[in-house]
Design a protein around this ligand. Structure first.
Ligand SMILES: CCCCCCCC/C=C\CCCCCCCC(=O)OC(CO)CO
Length: 262
């Protein structure tokens, strides 16, 4: 999706601090830039994120959190439709996309939430943000808002994974360790999942799907580990986190498809 034209070190000065960001200027027609943000305590760990536009006083930045086994690029098709006057950020979570160097501890949601807090503090947003999360990213957005309510002005939660009391067949299977329902191991499983995950029929050439499947295989084991950890540490608390959401005072948009099988 990105064609890289150049890479350079950028020094960005914002109110209160100066940070260094390794920037890859992409030629994506939506005018989206890609950044790598090295962590203070571990220079090998780098968060990768995309950015469109600049911060505007009095207007929240929109921050997008992707789902499990997905990446920031899933939001590009959304972001390109958002007017240029809005500042948009889409980040790759640990173990996903081009974010690199984070150990397994960062596959635990609470640590991801604290990492996002660190990330947002580094970006030094001037306004409380609008946090948008899809699927697992929705659960993370909700958890973030609960823990750091002053950092969010509003949240948007799209098809978050259900808590225990509303467990779907698919989540039950995942909980029982049958990860292939969402992490296919064969091309046949992969192709079938593509259909389950998209309500609208997408004309998907098999040859293209085969290429995507090969790419998927590269991250399979890492993503299995993430699921394992999510079900051990996070899933048992998810229902309780959702129940507490009612105490959150910021405007919240929750969208959940009735026929969503996940
Ligand atoms: C970095 C890791 C942080 C871990 C935080 C865990 C918080 C949630 C706890 C357990 C639920 C796991 C259920 C996963 C199913 C999600 C489906 C999903 O995201 O769908 C994809 C499509 O595959 C959408 O792009």
């Amino acid at each position: 999706m990105f064609r890289i034209r150049q890479m350079r070190k950028l020094r960005v000065t914002m109110p209160g601090r100066t940070i260094e960001i390794y920037t890859k200027i992409s030629m994506h027609r939506a005018g989206i830039k890609k950044h790598f943000l090295p962590m203070d305590d571990d220079m090998n760990a780098k968060l990768c994120y995309c950015e469109k536009g600049v911060e505007v006083v009095g207007q929240p930045s929109l921050v997008f959190i992707h789902g499990f086994s997905s990446s920031k690029s899933t939001w590009l098709s959304v972001i390109k439709h958002i007017p240029d006057r809005y500042h948009c950020i889409a980040v790759d979570l640990p173990g996903h996309g081009e974010t690199v160097g984070f150990n397994e501890e960062y596959y635990i949601a609470t640590n991801v939430v604290d990492l996002l807090k660190q990330f947002f503090d580094r970006l030094n947003f001037i306004e409380p943000i609008c946090l948008v999360g899809g699927s697992m990213g929705g659960a993370i957005a909700a958890m973030f808002a609960m823990k750091y309510p002053f950092d969010v002005g509003m949240i948007c939660v799209l098809s978050p994974p259900p808590g225990e009391e509303y467990e779907t067949d698919m989540v039950q299977q995942l909980r029982l360790g049958k990860y292939h329902v969402i992490l296919p191991e064969t091309f046949k499983q992969y192709y079938a999942l593509m259909k389950i995950l998209s309500k609208k029929k997408i004309p998907f050439a098999r040859s293209l799907a085969k290429t995507y499947f090969k790419i998927h295989l590269r991250t399979l084991n890492q993503h299995k580990r993430i699921l394992q950890i999510a079900f051990e540490y996070d899933y048992p608390n998810l229902g309780e986190i959702y129940r507490q959401l009612k105490y959150l005072m910021c405007p919240t948009l929750i969208i959940w498809g009735r026929e969503d099988q996940v």
